[in-house]
Design a binder for this molecule. Structure first.
Ligand code: ADP
Ligand code: ZN
Length: 615
């Protein structure tokens, strides 16, 4: 394994492999095919970059990387070039003469790693080129794009099986962060990877702290969260993503946040393409920008230092939630996944399913996917255990989610459940139609509004029997009854509640119901246990280290601008923080800092030493 470790240290400046990287790299470098399943941020890129470089050293041709994401390719090439690797890209952004230059370089053996868009790879011209230039390996990134059922389907990916037929001796490595067994099987079949080894990693992202709060005033809650955990004393804040369901809400939220001192930009599919692209570029290049977005802002964001992902609306499924939250903390440093969730979200998502033009089978699947996510929201147990179990992975309580940090109290809600269920039954019996939670809560609390009197619901036996509980307590109860399947939301869209199958047993007193106690609202500002992640870099720094940190960040910004690359391509925060703390004073000491490889040492070593001396 020493050759691989040498490349890791020398080129990338890291000292140890993560997870199954070492195994994968060895397997591919020796010519084996494989399928790599690793969560976002797990470190997939090195799994093909290092074998490509190793095989190059052994005399093979360039590594060809197929990737569907233009922005991502350019980022990777920029980062590799910074690390001294001869990397290039062939995609639609290149002019004819630029593309020819890359082709010439490839033929002349001047390229180690070449990124290619799938549609380009299959052209006769490129296939001809492959016949003349030796190839060291094929890497197929985002391999789930071959799945016709996934939402990232790319027709060109289907043809990639041709590679194997034409170049049976060239190893292929397919990579994806999509975990489910069905997609995995489809990748194996369509890419003809039957004999490939499968490397399945844990999908856990231990550095992400999961938290789901009850929606009260979601914007205010979001602002309080950002201020408490992601804002420094001087008003600057971390980079983060805020997901909303609708375009309008994206626009409004971004504007509202800007009005409250947050550097926020909107992003959704309805925006002018040029503006959208500009916002994405700013998010990538600048520090401390919050992107408020619909899920249109997704694949291809590989910014490593996104410190939080917030959801103001409930996603559609656990897969969606996990993919979106997975964009936080790719660099392995602490990050937050925060969501505000309320009864209205459940009703809204159900309505969207009902009103979609999908067939019944599809609606049933969507509904059960949503239910799994509701289960996560309402669980009194560890969130991570629940998430991983959804992806068929067993685990122990994590100690890094809200329910682990502040275990919610539970209470015997059998009586209240009976009240609520019986109220659903009585009101429906009296009026021959079903009602939504707001109306039912009014009945339970004995609020004799005009609507209630109109329907005669001030006469039903459940009128006023729940007056000792507040509206928000009842909201929490109804939500949990829905999550437990005791109540279901009527097809037809108005949020009317029906009795679920198991409601009978509860009404007859045959089943006890344990509910989660509503968490009392945290005081404004700092939370007791939720220490901010923002300060983690600088928390243990003394004054000298802080001065170094500031100076290094200024140097990095200037250098990134000069090279026209994002700041993190120069050095990650973790590398900068280590430099600030240990203040190395020689080239030898610098070389020991994780993230500084040989090329960067040579290029930036003197400047770093000088910056540290001056600070
Ligand atoms: P993925 O493609 O799986 O989402 P990346 O390949 O982008 O993840 O890696 C995520 C981050 O982790 C990158 O910033 C990368 O430099 C870093 N990384 C990967 N492997 C290691 C390692 N062995 N040691 C330190 N950092 C690593
Ligand atoms: Zn936990």
């Amino acid at each position: 394994m020493s050759q691989a470790l040498n490349v890791l240290k020398d080129v990338f400046g890291y000292h140890a492999f993560r997870g199954r990287q070492a195994e994968i790299i060895e397997h591919v470098a020796e010519g084996g095919d494989c399928l790599v399943l690793m969560p976002t941020g797990g470190g997939k890129s090195l799994c093909y970059q290092i074998p490509a470089l190793m095989r190059r050293q052994q005399g093979h041709g360039a590594g060809i990387v197929v990737s569907p994401l233009i922005a991502l390719m350019q980022d990777q090439v920029a980062a590799l070039t910074e690390a001294g690797v001869r990397a290039a890209v062939l995609n639609s952004t290149l002019s004819g003469s630029e593309a020819s230059a890359v082709e010439r370089d490839l033929l002349a053996g001047r390229i180690d790693i070449l990124y290619v868009a799938p549609e380009r790879l299959m052209t006769p011209r490129f296939q001809d080129l492959l016949g003349r230039a030796p190839v060291g390996l094929f890497a197929i990134d985002e391999a789930h794009c071959v799945s016709q059922w996934g939402h990232d389907f790319r027709p060109e990916y289907i043809q990639l099986s041709v590679l194997h037929e034409r170049f049976p001796d060239v190893p292929r490595i397919a990579l994806t962060a999509t975990a489910d067994a069905l997609t995995r099987q489809e990748i194996v079949e369509r890419l003809a990877l039957d004999d490939a080894r499968v490397f399945l990693s844990s999908f856990d992202r231990p550095n992400i702290r999961y938290r789901i709060v009850e929606k009260d005033n979601a914007r205010q809650q979001l602002l309080a969260f950002i201020k408490a955990e992601h804002m420094a004393g001087d008003g600057t804040h971390d980079s983060g993503i805020v997901y909303c369901l609708s375009r309008r809400k994206v626009e409004e939220t971004a504007e509202w946040l800007r009005g409250h001192g947050i550097n926020a930009l909107p992003y959704h599919a309805g925006m002018d393409a040029a503006v959208r692209q500009q916002h994405q570029a700013r998010f990538r290049d600048e520090e401390g920008l919050v992107m408020v977005a619909t899920i249109a802002f997704g694949m291809g964001i590989d910014k490593p230092d996104v410190r939080f992902v917030a959801h103001l609306d409930l996603p559609k499924s656990m897969e969606g939630y996990y993919q979106e939250t997975g964009r936080a903390g790719r660099d392995g440093l602490p990050a937050n996944a925060w969501m505000a969730y309320g009864l209205g979200d459940v009703v809204q998502q159900k309505r969207m399913i009902d009103e979609s033009d999908a067939d019944e089978a599809h609606k049933r699947v969507s509904s059960s996917k949503l239910d799994a996510l509701l289960g996560l929201c309402e669980t009194a147990g560890c969130r991570r255990v629940r998430i991983l179990a959804y992806f068929d992975e067993q685990s122990q309580p994590c100690g890094n989610c809200d329910t682990c940090l502040e275990p919610p109290a539970t209470w015997d809600g059998t009586r209240e459940a009976q009240m609520a269920l019986s109220c659903v039954y009585r009101t429906a019996q009296a009026s021959r139609i079903h009602f939504g939670a707001t109306h039912l809560i009014d009945v339970l609390r004995g609020n004799a509004s005009e609507k209630i009197r109109q329907w005669g619901h001030d006469k039903v036996s459940t009128f006023g029997i729940g007056a000792d509980r507040s509206v928000s307590e009842w909201h929490a109860i109804f939500r949990q009854l829905i999550a437990h399947g005791l109540l279901t939301i009527d097809h037809g869209g108005h949020g009317a509640l029906l009795l679920g199958e198991s409601a009978r047993a509860v009404l007859k007193g045959e089943q006890q119901i344990t509910l989660r106690r509503q968490v009392s609202k945290p005081a404004r500002g700092e939370r007791a246990s939720g220490k901010g992640t923002r300060t983690d870099h600088t928390a243990q720094m003394d004054e000298a280290a802080l001065a170094n940190w500031e100076a290094l960040r200024r140097w990095r910004s200037a250098t990134a601008r000069e090279h026209g690359v994002p700041a993190y391509v120069i050095f990650h925060d973790a590398t900068l923080a280590e430099l600030a703390r240990s203040a190395p004073d020689s080239m030898e000491a610098l070389a020991e800092v994780p993230g500084i490889g040989a090329a960067k040492l040579e290029r930036y070593g003197e400047e770093l030493l000088e910056t540290l001396r001056q600070a």
